[in-house]
Design a protein around this ligand. Structure first.
Ligand code: COA
Ligand code: AMP
Length: 627
């Protein structure tokens, strides 16, 4: 790509269909699309409506056919198992084809759903790609979620098959996944016909006869399955994410738009090319992992590093730099929270200095706003471009970034960069009018969303319209507040709904409130995000007990903490529940969460004139000080 950013963006603006038709040429189609966009289909339109392809064939077979079979597709680096393995495109294609054969032998067909509950092992990527090969729809569930959350996702997706590992490895503990899966299936009204279990030696799973089978044995016994042709508009995956209510939203991704957008994004944003190495230190359970650990690197024919470990403690704060150096990563993509954890332990970069980072060319950050001190700290230490990029599960690839393949736009610490070609972003007021440059409003994307963005929610067009399209006609509401400055740079300031970002993980305070409210002693509650120096935000529960409850507050708090861990999972990082006498409310009974959040974060609270009893705030302030 030797275009400038301005030229690329203007080219897209001039003729979006031409821009995307040209991008679609990077994909190998069974039948190339002739209709690039159909504005009448789906909630806002559908891309490449008559195209036919297979995503897994584009990720694997086409590179093998082009003579790149011996190129490394995946480098698995497990700091937990202290080992590294390299899998070529040919070996990955062969294993995926056999796994797809094993799945087909168990009745999985195009359109069927498969739930994947696995840690960061290559078999997780293989399971995703095997689904794609069959045209089956995967739904990956992050390992840090507890059994009820897994059960919700199983009930929503109605999978024919579940693929899980026996355990995940967290620092200092083995997380036995299989008992969590068993518990989830005991809670779920839907039962899959089969479960394939990848046995890890750290905690071998007990198998249930007739349902559970060994992953590797099933793979070994299977005949390889050829890629199944699917429509560009057929679903590739569903990924459940926290929404505005306690119920997670099933974000649906299609095959064609996804492949086109991701294949374009790799050279454009990352400037990584076939044979080069990119490392995304996320988890396959999140969208960043789906996109930049599995699909985008493989679509682009590059080598992807899959890392099982943490930024610190496995064994130290030099772990990321060790992985970059050892595998020659050209780019590293992580969440700011990981850098804050590293900074806390290696502020001067003594560990970083021990590694040869000459092949690393840029650092990419997403998942939460990167605070300028962290951005400046790491930019200074690395002396390489730092590229904040803003996106969400719904969009599937960055909305805004800086573009290594298009001549970098200026580094403005704290800004999410400029919109990617494909997106027009504005900050709008409640009536949909544009805010003046630099002033904060609701960040919105002009419709239609580009290829790769969720065309709908899983089997719920009406829910999609309600959640994203109805509030600002003609626009997609991102749920983020922010501003667009004079240069067109986007500044993302935080969510406008009940979503909080805890260590780069998207969580719903509404879901946590539902759990707290289910405790027999709790009359009402609120969960708010409180500033945390490493995780960015952590949840804090404020609960009012039912009249007559005379048990110790500390005991009830401990039970509430345990309950959230049990119902949502350790990833919620819910460690504090404070008992208060009353919650502040408006006269119409709305709990003033934003006011309490400002108080918890040491800001001057904005108290609405409609507050029912301002005296309640003093009591809350006292509890927050003591807690
Ligand atoms: N399976 C099971 N449990 C998991 C898990 C998984 N895949 N991931 C996290 N957990 C558990 C952790 O073990 C921890 O449990 P604990 O309460 O028993 O200690 C809990 O969930 C909270 O985990 P986390 O929020 O990750 O905190 P941490 O203290 O272990 O690590 C960081 C903090 C900053 C190092 C870590 O959160 C991190 O690397 N974050 C980057 C996130 C990221 O990449 N996000 C993707 C978006 S780009
Ligand atoms: P998720 O769907 O888990 O990827 O979370 C998406 C949300 O994370 C966004 O709506 C933002 O609130 C936040 N987010 C992601 N990337 C950034 C970024 N670069 N800057 C600010 N916020 C971000």
């Amino acid at each position: 790509m030797n275009q400038s950013y301005q030229a690329a963006y203007a080219g897209w603006q001039r003729d979006p269909e031409h821009y995307w038709a040209e991008a679609a040429q990077a994909i190998e189609w069974v039948s190339a699309p002739t209709r690039i966009f159909d504005g009448a289909a789906g909630p806002f339109g559908r891309w490449f409506v008559d195209g036919v392809l297979n995503t897994s064939a584009n990720c694997l077979d086409r590179h093998v056919a082009a003579g790149a079979g011996e190129r490394v597709a995946l480098i698995w680096d497990s700091a937990m198992e202290k080992r590294v393995s390299r899998i070529s495109y040919r070996a990955l294609r062969d294993r995926v084809a056999k796994l797809a054969g094993a799945m087909a032998a168990r009745g999985v067909r195009k359109g069927d759903r498969v739930v994947i509950y696995m840690p960061m092992i290559p078999e997780a990527a293989m399971a995703m790609l095997a689904c794609a090969r069959l045209g089956a729809v995967h739904s990956v569930v992050f390992g840090g979620f507890a059994a009820p959350e897994l059960a919700n996702r199983i009930e929503a997706a109605q999978p024919k098959l579940v693929i899980a590992a026996s355990c995940g490895l967290e620092p200092g503990r083995v997380v036995a996944y299989k008992p969590i899966l068993d518990a989830a299936l005991a809670l779920s009204a839907h039962q899959p016909g089969h479960c394939l279990i990848f046995q890890r030696p750290a905690a071998e799973a007990t198998m249930m006869a007739g349902r559970d089978e060994d992953f590797l044995a099933a793979e070994a016994a299977a005949a390889p399955h050829a890629p199944v042709a699917v429509a560009a508009t057929d679903p590739l995956y569903v990924l459940y994410t926290s929404g505005t209510t306690g119920k997670p939203k099933g974000i649906m991704r299609d095959n064609g738009g996804h492949a086109v957008a991701l294949a374009r994004s790799v050279p454009m944003i990352f400037d990584v090319h076939p044979g080069e190495v990119m490392w995304t230190a996320s988890d396959v359970g999140w969208v960043v992992g789906h996109t930049y650990i599995v699909y985008a690197p493989l679509l682009a024919g590059v080598t992807s590093v899959m890392y099982e470990g943490k930024p610190v403690g496995t064994p130290d704060a030099g772990a990321f730099w060790r992985v970059c150096a050892e595998h020659g990563a050209k780019t590293l993509f992580t969440a700011p929270t990981a850098l804050r954890a590293i900074k806390q332990q290696d502020a001067q970069g003594a560990l970083l200095a021990q590694y040869d980072l000459s092949r690393l060319q840029a650092l990419f950050l997403a998942g939460e706003r990167c605070d300028p001190p962290t951005a400046e700290w790491i930019a200074g230490l690395l002396g390489k471009p730092v590229i904040d990029n803003w996106w969400q599960t719904e969009t599937g690839w960055p909305i805004s970034a800086r573009f290594r393949g298009l001549g970098l736009t200026p580094f403005k610490p704290g800004s999410g960069g400029r919109p990617c070609p494909g997106y027009e972003v504005q900050a709008l007021d409640a009536q949909g009018a544009r805010m003046p440059p630099g002033e904060v409003g609701a960040l919105a994307i002009r419709l239609p969303l580009p290829p790769g963005c969720a065309p709908s929610l899983w089997e719920d067009d009406a829910g999609y319209r309600r959640a994203y399209l109805d509030a600002l006609p003609g626009w997609y509401r991102t749920g983020d507040a922010g501003a667009v400055d004079e240069d067109g740079d986007i500044w993302v300031m935080g969510r406008t709904d009940d979503v909080i970002n805890v260590a780069g993980h998207r969580l719903s305070t509404g879901a946590m409130e539902e759990v707290l409210a289910a405790h027999p002693d709790v009359a009402e509650c609120a969960v708010i995000g409180r500033y945390d120096a490493i995780k960015g935000e952590v949840p804090l529960g404020l609960v009012v007990l039912k009249a007559g409850v005379d048990r110790a507050d500390a005991q009830i708090s401990a039970e509430l903490v345990a309950l959230v861990r049990e119902r949502i999972g350790p990833v919620a990082a819910f460690r504090d529940a404070l008992v208060v006498q009353r919650l502040p409310k408006t006269r119409s009974g709305k709990i003033l969460r934003a006011t309490m959040k400002q108080m918890a974060n040491g800001q001057t609270p904005l108290v609405p004139p409609t507050i029912e009893d301002a005296g309640v705030l003093e009591q809350i302030a006292g509890v927050l000080r003591a807690g």
